[in-house]
Design a protein around this ligand. Structure first.
Ligand code: PMP
Length: 397
Protein backbone atom coordinates (compact mmCIF):
# COMPACT_ATOMS: atom_id res chain seq x y z
CA UNK A 1 0.00 0.00 0.00
CA UNK A 2 1.54 3.32 -0.97
CA UNK A 3 0.25 6.34 0.88
CA UNK A 4 0.20 9.71 -0.80
CA UNK A 5 1.13 12.21 1.83
CA UNK A 6 0.43 15.93 1.87
CA UNK A 7 3.15 18.22 0.65
CA UNK A 8 3.59 19.54 4.17
CA UNK A 9 4.72 16.10 5.31
CA UNK A 10 7.83 16.51 3.17
CA UNK A 11 8.74 19.53 5.26
CA UNK A 12 8.53 17.59 8.51
CA UNK A 13 11.97 16.66 9.74
CA UNK A 14 13.16 14.57 12.63
CA UNK A 15 14.67 16.78 15.32
CA UNK A 16 18.39 16.30 14.78
CA UNK A 17 18.83 16.92 18.47
CA UNK A 18 16.53 14.09 19.44
CA UNK A 19 18.37 11.83 16.99
CA UNK A 20 21.72 12.85 18.43
CA UNK A 21 20.43 12.41 21.96
CA UNK A 22 19.67 8.76 21.24
CA UNK A 23 23.40 8.21 20.70
CA UNK A 24 24.70 10.58 23.29
CA UNK A 25 22.52 9.44 26.18
CA UNK A 26 24.22 6.05 26.11
CA UNK A 27 25.71 5.09 29.47
CA UNK A 28 29.29 6.24 29.80
CA UNK A 29 28.90 9.29 27.56
CA UNK A 30 29.27 12.59 29.33
CA UNK A 31 26.54 14.48 27.56
CA UNK A 32 26.62 18.24 27.22
CA UNK A 33 24.14 17.81 24.35
CA UNK A 34 20.82 17.66 26.17
CA UNK A 35 18.34 20.47 26.35
CA UNK A 36 16.67 19.11 29.45
CA UNK A 37 16.36 20.89 32.78
CA UNK A 38 18.03 19.19 35.77
CA UNK A 39 15.61 16.60 37.18
CA UNK A 40 16.85 17.43 40.70
CA UNK A 41 15.02 20.76 40.41
CA UNK A 42 11.59 19.18 39.93
CA UNK A 43 9.46 19.91 43.00
CA UNK A 44 8.39 16.33 43.58
CA UNK A 45 7.06 16.81 47.11
CA UNK A 46 5.05 19.90 46.20
CA UNK A 47 3.64 18.00 43.22
CA UNK A 48 2.66 15.09 45.44
CA UNK A 49 0.84 17.35 47.89
CA UNK A 50 -0.85 19.43 45.19
CA UNK A 51 -1.99 16.32 43.35
CA UNK A 52 -3.48 14.90 46.55
CA UNK A 53 -5.30 18.18 47.22
CA UNK A 54 -6.76 18.34 43.70
CA UNK A 55 -7.93 14.73 43.94
CA UNK A 56 -9.43 15.36 47.37
CA UNK A 57 -11.11 18.71 46.62
CA UNK A 58 -12.13 18.68 42.94
CA UNK A 59 -11.54 15.16 41.58
CA UNK A 60 -14.43 15.06 39.13
CA UNK A 61 -13.90 18.56 37.79
CA UNK A 62 -10.19 17.82 37.34
CA UNK A 63 -10.89 14.63 35.39
CA UNK A 64 -13.67 16.07 33.21
CA UNK A 65 -13.21 17.76 29.80
CA UNK A 66 -12.26 21.37 30.41
CA UNK A 67 -12.48 24.74 28.63
CA UNK A 68 -10.20 25.15 25.62
CA UNK A 69 -8.94 28.50 26.92
CA UNK A 70 -7.56 26.85 30.03
CA UNK A 71 -8.34 26.73 33.76
CA UNK A 72 -9.62 30.20 34.72
CA UNK A 73 -7.70 30.64 37.99
CA UNK A 74 -4.44 29.59 36.31
CA UNK A 75 -5.04 32.08 33.48
CA UNK A 76 -5.57 34.78 36.09
CA UNK A 77 -2.43 33.80 37.95
CA UNK A 78 -0.43 33.98 34.68
CA UNK A 79 -1.85 37.43 33.83
CA UNK A 80 -0.84 38.71 37.28
CA UNK A 81 2.58 37.02 37.07
CA UNK A 82 3.30 38.70 33.73
CA UNK A 83 1.95 41.97 35.11
CA UNK A 84 4.79 41.89 37.65
CA UNK A 85 7.21 41.81 34.69
CA UNK A 86 5.72 44.95 33.20
CA UNK A 87 3.21 43.35 30.84
CA UNK A 88 -0.37 44.59 30.87
CA UNK A 89 -2.25 41.33 30.38
CA UNK A 90 -5.91 40.51 30.90
CA UNK A 91 -6.58 36.87 31.70
CA UNK A 92 -8.95 36.72 28.70
CA UNK A 93 -5.87 37.01 26.47
CA UNK A 94 -4.16 33.98 28.02
CA UNK A 95 -4.48 30.62 26.27
CA UNK A 96 -3.06 27.61 28.14
CA UNK A 97 -1.10 25.37 25.78
CA UNK A 98 0.62 21.99 25.87
CA UNK A 99 4.01 23.55 26.45
CA UNK A 100 5.18 26.59 24.54
CA UNK A 101 6.01 24.19 21.72
CA UNK A 102 2.29 23.97 21.01
CA UNK A 103 2.15 27.76 21.01
CA UNK A 104 4.71 27.70 18.19
CA UNK A 105 2.73 25.12 16.26
CA UNK A 106 -0.51 27.09 16.60
CA UNK A 107 1.23 30.35 15.71
CA UNK A 108 2.55 28.74 12.54
CA UNK A 109 -0.91 27.49 11.57
CA UNK A 110 -2.41 30.88 12.25
CA UNK A 111 0.10 33.09 10.52
CA UNK A 112 1.91 31.18 7.80
CA UNK A 113 0.83 30.24 4.28
CA UNK A 114 2.96 28.37 1.75
CA UNK A 115 5.48 30.87 0.42
CA UNK A 116 4.77 33.54 3.05
CA UNK A 117 7.81 34.87 4.87
CA UNK A 118 8.72 34.46 8.52
CA UNK A 119 11.83 36.09 9.94
CA UNK A 120 13.98 34.21 12.44
CA UNK A 121 17.21 34.80 14.30
CA UNK A 122 20.30 33.12 13.02
CA UNK A 123 20.80 30.72 14.76
CA UNK A 124 17.37 30.04 16.25
CA UNK A 125 15.43 27.41 18.23
CA UNK A 126 15.27 24.23 16.20
CA UNK A 127 11.82 23.32 17.56
CA UNK A 128 10.37 26.52 16.08
CA UNK A 129 11.83 25.70 12.67
CA UNK A 130 10.22 22.27 13.01
CA UNK A 131 6.88 23.78 14.02
CA UNK A 132 6.81 26.36 11.21
CA UNK A 133 8.28 24.26 8.37
CA UNK A 134 5.11 22.21 7.57
CA UNK A 135 3.31 25.51 6.85
CA UNK A 136 5.82 25.86 3.99
CA UNK A 137 6.97 29.41 4.72
CA UNK A 138 10.07 31.05 3.38
CA UNK A 139 12.45 31.63 6.29
CA UNK A 140 14.25 34.97 6.40
CA UNK A 141 17.37 34.46 8.51
CA UNK A 142 18.24 37.74 10.22
CA UNK A 143 21.79 38.77 10.89
CA UNK A 144 22.53 38.50 14.62
CA UNK A 145 25.42 39.56 16.83
CA UNK A 146 26.20 38.74 20.46
CA UNK A 147 23.05 40.61 21.46
CA UNK A 148 20.55 39.15 19.03
CA UNK A 149 19.10 40.54 15.79
CA UNK A 150 20.89 43.59 14.43
CA UNK A 151 18.15 46.29 14.13
CA UNK A 152 19.40 47.47 10.74
CA UNK A 153 18.97 43.91 9.46
CA UNK A 154 15.26 44.01 10.28
CA UNK A 155 14.51 45.71 6.97
CA UNK A 156 15.02 42.27 5.40
CA UNK A 157 11.92 41.17 7.32
CA UNK A 158 9.67 43.86 5.82
CA UNK A 159 6.42 42.25 4.73
CA UNK A 160 7.03 39.05 6.71
CA UNK A 161 4.10 37.58 8.61
CA UNK A 162 6.14 37.73 11.83
CA UNK A 163 9.56 37.86 13.41
CA UNK A 164 10.18 34.94 15.78
CA UNK A 165 12.50 36.18 18.49
CA UNK A 166 13.93 34.88 21.80
CA UNK A 167 15.08 37.91 23.79
CA UNK A 168 16.05 36.05 26.98
CA UNK A 169 19.02 33.64 27.00
CA UNK A 170 18.30 32.29 23.59
CA UNK A 171 18.37 28.61 22.72
CA UNK A 172 20.95 27.93 21.31
CA UNK A 173 23.15 31.07 21.45
CA UNK A 174 22.53 32.05 25.10
CA UNK A 175 22.28 35.72 24.08
CA UNK A 176 20.13 38.16 26.00
CA UNK A 177 18.94 41.25 24.18
CA UNK A 178 19.84 44.37 26.19
CA UNK A 179 17.59 47.32 26.97
CA UNK A 180 18.76 49.61 24.17
CA UNK A 181 18.63 46.82 21.57
CA UNK A 182 15.09 45.90 22.67
CA UNK A 183 13.98 49.48 22.17
CA UNK A 184 15.66 49.61 18.77
CA UNK A 185 14.03 46.33 17.71
CA UNK A 186 10.61 47.42 18.84
CA UNK A 187 11.03 50.76 17.02
CA UNK A 188 12.03 48.92 13.83
CA UNK A 189 9.16 46.43 14.19
CA UNK A 190 6.71 49.33 14.64
CA UNK A 191 8.09 51.14 11.60
CA UNK A 192 7.75 47.97 9.51
CA UNK A 193 4.39 46.97 11.08
CA UNK A 194 6.10 43.63 11.71
CA UNK A 195 4.30 41.31 14.18
CA UNK A 196 6.52 39.60 16.75
CA UNK A 197 6.36 36.10 18.22
CA UNK A 198 8.25 36.42 21.51
CA UNK A 199 9.30 33.04 22.93
CA UNK A 200 10.37 33.29 26.57
CA UNK A 201 10.87 29.97 28.34
CA UNK A 202 14.16 31.02 29.99
CA UNK A 203 13.49 34.58 31.25
CA UNK A 204 13.37 33.54 34.91
CA UNK A 205 16.65 31.65 34.73
CA UNK A 206 18.93 34.68 35.12
CA UNK A 207 22.21 34.41 37.02
CA UNK A 208 23.65 37.91 37.07
CA UNK A 209 20.73 40.34 36.81
CA UNK A 210 17.09 40.05 35.69
CA UNK A 211 16.63 40.62 31.96
CA UNK A 212 15.04 43.83 30.67
CA UNK A 213 11.25 43.99 30.25
CA UNK A 214 9.77 41.70 27.58
CA UNK A 215 9.07 43.06 24.10
CA UNK A 216 5.39 42.37 24.80
CA UNK A 217 5.53 45.03 27.54
CA UNK A 218 6.69 47.60 24.98
CA UNK A 219 4.33 47.09 22.06
CA UNK A 220 1.58 44.80 23.38
CA UNK A 221 -0.74 44.79 20.37
CA UNK A 222 2.09 43.66 18.14
CA UNK A 223 3.36 40.66 20.08
CA UNK A 224 2.24 37.06 20.47
CA UNK A 225 4.01 36.11 23.70
CA UNK A 226 4.80 32.49 24.66
CA UNK A 227 5.68 31.33 28.15
CA UNK A 228 6.22 27.97 29.83
CA UNK A 229 6.30 26.14 33.15
CA UNK A 230 8.81 23.64 31.74
CA UNK A 231 11.95 25.31 33.05
CA UNK A 232 10.60 26.59 36.38
CA UNK A 233 8.57 23.51 37.41
CA UNK A 234 8.83 20.46 35.14
CA UNK A 235 8.63 19.88 31.38
CA UNK A 236 6.71 16.62 31.78
CA UNK A 237 3.65 18.63 32.78
CA UNK A 238 3.55 20.03 29.23
CA UNK A 239 2.20 23.32 30.43
CA UNK A 240 2.76 26.58 28.63
CA UNK A 241 0.78 29.65 27.64
CA UNK A 242 0.27 32.09 24.83
CA UNK A 243 -0.73 35.70 25.36
CA UNK A 244 -2.46 36.86 22.22
CA UNK A 245 -3.53 40.36 21.16
CA UNK A 246 -7.27 40.82 20.70
CA UNK A 247 -7.60 40.11 16.94
CA UNK A 248 -5.56 36.92 17.18
CA UNK A 249 -7.10 35.27 20.24
CA UNK A 250 -10.34 33.80 18.77
CA UNK A 251 -8.50 32.15 15.89
CA UNK A 252 -5.75 30.90 18.17
CA UNK A 253 -8.45 29.34 20.32
CA UNK A 254 -10.04 27.65 17.32
CA UNK A 255 -6.66 26.26 16.28
CA UNK A 256 -6.20 24.96 19.83
CA UNK A 257 -9.64 23.32 19.78
CA UNK A 258 -8.85 21.61 16.50
CA UNK A 259 -5.49 20.40 17.82
CA UNK A 260 -6.50 18.82 21.13
CA UNK A 261 -9.67 20.42 22.58
CA UNK A 262 -7.75 21.59 25.64
CA UNK A 263 -4.64 21.15 27.75
CA UNK A 264 -5.12 18.54 30.50
CA UNK A 265 -7.26 20.17 33.18
CA UNK A 266 -5.79 17.93 35.83
CA UNK A 267 -2.26 19.24 35.21
CA UNK A 268 -3.50 22.81 35.15
CA UNK A 269 -5.23 22.46 38.49
CA UNK A 270 -2.19 20.81 40.08
CA UNK A 271 0.10 23.56 38.83
CA UNK A 272 -2.30 26.26 39.95
CA UNK A 273 -2.43 24.62 43.37
CA UNK A 274 1.38 24.81 43.51
CA UNK A 275 1.91 28.34 42.23
CA UNK A 276 -1.02 30.16 43.78
CA UNK A 277 0.65 30.71 47.16
CA UNK A 278 3.92 32.04 45.84
CA UNK A 279 5.80 28.74 45.57
CA UNK A 280 7.87 29.95 42.61
CA UNK A 281 9.23 32.88 44.63
CA UNK A 282 11.09 30.37 46.78
CA UNK A 283 11.66 27.67 44.22
CA UNK A 284 13.06 29.54 41.21
CA UNK A 285 15.97 31.09 43.20
CA UNK A 286 17.12 27.56 44.09
CA UNK A 287 17.22 26.67 40.39
CA UNK A 288 19.10 29.87 39.62
CA UNK A 289 21.70 29.19 42.31
CA UNK A 290 22.27 25.67 41.04
CA UNK A 291 22.53 26.58 37.36
CA UNK A 292 24.74 29.60 38.09
CA UNK A 293 27.33 27.33 39.74
CA UNK A 294 27.25 25.10 36.68
CA UNK A 295 27.42 28.08 34.30
CA UNK A 296 30.46 29.37 36.20
CA UNK A 297 32.10 25.94 36.10
CA UNK A 298 31.65 25.77 32.33
CA UNK A 299 32.94 29.32 31.90
CA UNK A 300 36.10 28.42 33.83
CA UNK A 301 36.62 25.15 31.97
CA UNK A 302 36.14 26.75 28.57
CA UNK A 303 38.63 29.45 29.48
CA UNK A 304 41.10 26.87 30.73
CA UNK A 305 40.85 24.29 27.95
CA UNK A 306 39.43 25.90 24.82
CA UNK A 307 40.59 29.54 24.86
CA UNK A 308 44.03 28.52 23.61
CA UNK A 309 42.55 26.53 20.72
CA UNK A 310 41.06 29.47 18.86
CA UNK A 311 37.49 28.99 20.14
CA UNK A 312 35.16 31.85 20.99
CA UNK A 313 32.03 32.18 23.09
CA UNK A 314 29.99 34.75 24.95
CA UNK A 315 29.27 33.92 28.59
CA UNK A 316 25.46 33.58 28.90
CA UNK A 317 23.96 35.57 31.76
CA UNK A 318 21.10 33.05 32.07
CA UNK A 319 19.45 30.04 30.48
CA UNK A 320 21.04 26.67 29.89
CA UNK A 321 23.56 26.94 27.04
CA UNK A 322 26.99 28.06 25.88
CA UNK A 323 27.36 28.57 22.15
CA UNK A 324 30.91 27.94 21.02
CA UNK A 325 32.56 28.93 17.76
CA UNK A 326 35.36 26.58 16.84
CA UNK A 327 38.18 27.72 14.57
CA UNK A 328 36.67 28.28 11.09
CA UNK A 329 37.06 25.17 8.96
CA UNK A 330 36.35 22.71 11.79
CA UNK A 331 32.99 21.04 11.15
CA UNK A 332 31.30 20.33 14.49
CA UNK A 333 29.16 17.59 12.91
CA UNK A 334 32.29 15.77 11.73
CA UNK A 335 33.84 16.24 15.17
CA UNK A 336 30.88 14.68 17.01
CA UNK A 337 31.65 10.97 16.35
CA UNK A 338 35.22 11.53 17.55
CA UNK A 339 33.91 13.30 20.63
CA UNK A 340 31.44 10.49 21.36
CA UNK A 341 34.29 8.03 20.92
CA UNK A 342 36.25 10.02 23.50
CA UNK A 343 33.20 9.99 25.81
CA UNK A 344 31.72 13.48 25.47
CA UNK A 345 28.79 14.80 23.43
CA UNK A 346 27.51 18.18 22.23
CA UNK A 347 25.01 19.39 19.64
CA UNK A 348 26.54 20.59 16.36
CA UNK A 349 25.34 24.12 15.63
CA UNK A 350 24.29 23.60 12.01
CA UNK A 351 20.86 22.29 13.07
CA UNK A 352 19.88 25.69 14.43
CA UNK A 353 20.11 27.59 11.15
CA UNK A 354 17.15 28.09 8.84
CA UNK A 355 19.46 29.14 6.02
CA UNK A 356 23.17 28.68 5.44
CA UNK A 357 24.58 26.99 8.54
CA UNK A 358 27.80 27.92 10.27
CA UNK A 359 29.33 24.49 10.61
CA UNK A 360 32.03 25.47 13.08
CA UNK A 361 29.56 26.11 15.90
CA UNK A 362 28.26 23.91 18.70
CA UNK A 363 25.91 24.09 21.67
CA UNK A 364 26.83 22.95 25.17
CA UNK A 365 24.30 22.54 27.97
CA UNK A 366 25.57 23.03 31.49
CA UNK A 367 22.51 22.25 33.63
CA UNK A 368 22.40 18.45 33.88
CA UNK A 369 26.08 17.81 34.66
CA UNK A 370 27.94 18.52 37.93
CA UNK A 371 30.69 21.18 37.92
CA UNK A 372 33.34 18.43 38.22
CA UNK A 373 31.93 16.51 35.27
CA UNK A 374 31.68 19.73 33.27
CA UNK A 375 35.44 20.20 33.71
CA UNK A 376 36.06 16.61 32.61
CA UNK A 377 33.77 17.01 29.59
CA UNK A 378 35.38 20.21 28.38
CA UNK A 379 38.86 18.73 28.83
CA UNK A 380 37.80 15.73 26.71
CA UNK A 381 36.37 18.06 24.08
CA UNK A 382 39.59 20.05 24.02
CA UNK A 383 41.55 16.83 23.42
CA UNK A 384 39.35 15.93 20.46
CA UNK A 385 39.62 19.42 19.01
CA UNK A 386 43.37 19.45 19.50
CA UNK A 387 43.65 16.22 17.49
CA UNK A 388 41.41 17.60 14.75
CA UNK A 389 43.52 20.75 14.56
CA UNK A 390 46.72 18.79 14.40
CA UNK A 391 45.45 16.73 11.45
CA UNK A 392 44.36 19.92 9.68
CA UNK A 393 47.67 21.82 9.79
CA UNK A 394 46.47 25.00 8.08
CA UNK A 395 43.92 25.43 10.87
CA UNK A 396 46.36 25.92 13.73
CA UNK A 397 44.75 27.89 16.48
N1 PMP B 1 11.07 27.48 23.00
C1 PMP B 1 12.36 27.30 23.30
C2 PMP B 1 13.33 28.36 22.94
C3 PMP B 1 12.80 26.14 23.92
O1 PMP B 1 14.09 25.98 24.19
C4 PMP B 1 11.85 25.15 24.26
C5 PMP B 1 12.23 23.86 24.95
N2 PMP B 1 13.45 23.34 24.73
C6 PMP B 1 10.52 25.38 23.92
C7 PMP B 1 10.15 26.55 23.31
C8 PMP B 1 9.44 24.38 24.20
O2 PMP B 1 9.27 24.22 25.57
P1 PMP B 1 7.97 23.63 26.21
O3 PMP B 1 7.09 23.13 25.13
O4 PMP B 1 8.43 22.55 27.12
O5 PMP B 1 7.35 24.77 26.95
Amino acid sequence: MSWTMARRAERMNPSIIREILKITERPGILSLAGGLPAAETFPVEAMREATARVLADTPREALQYAPSEGFGPLREWIAAHLGAQGMDVDSSQVLITNGSQQGLDLAGKLLLDPGSRVAVESPTYLGALQAFAPCEPEFVALECDAEGPVPAALDAAAGARALYVLPNFQNPSGHCIGEARREALVAAARRLALPLIEDDPYGELWYDAPPPRPLAARCPGQVLYLGSFSKVLAPGLRLGYAVAPEPLFPKLLQAKQAADLHTPGFNQRVVHEIVRNGFLREHVPTIRARYKRQRDAMRESLQRYLAGLGCRWVVPSGGMFFWVELPAGIDAMALLPQAVEAGVAFVPGAAFYSGTPRHHTLRLSFVTVTPERIATGIALLAGVLQRALSTTPHLTA
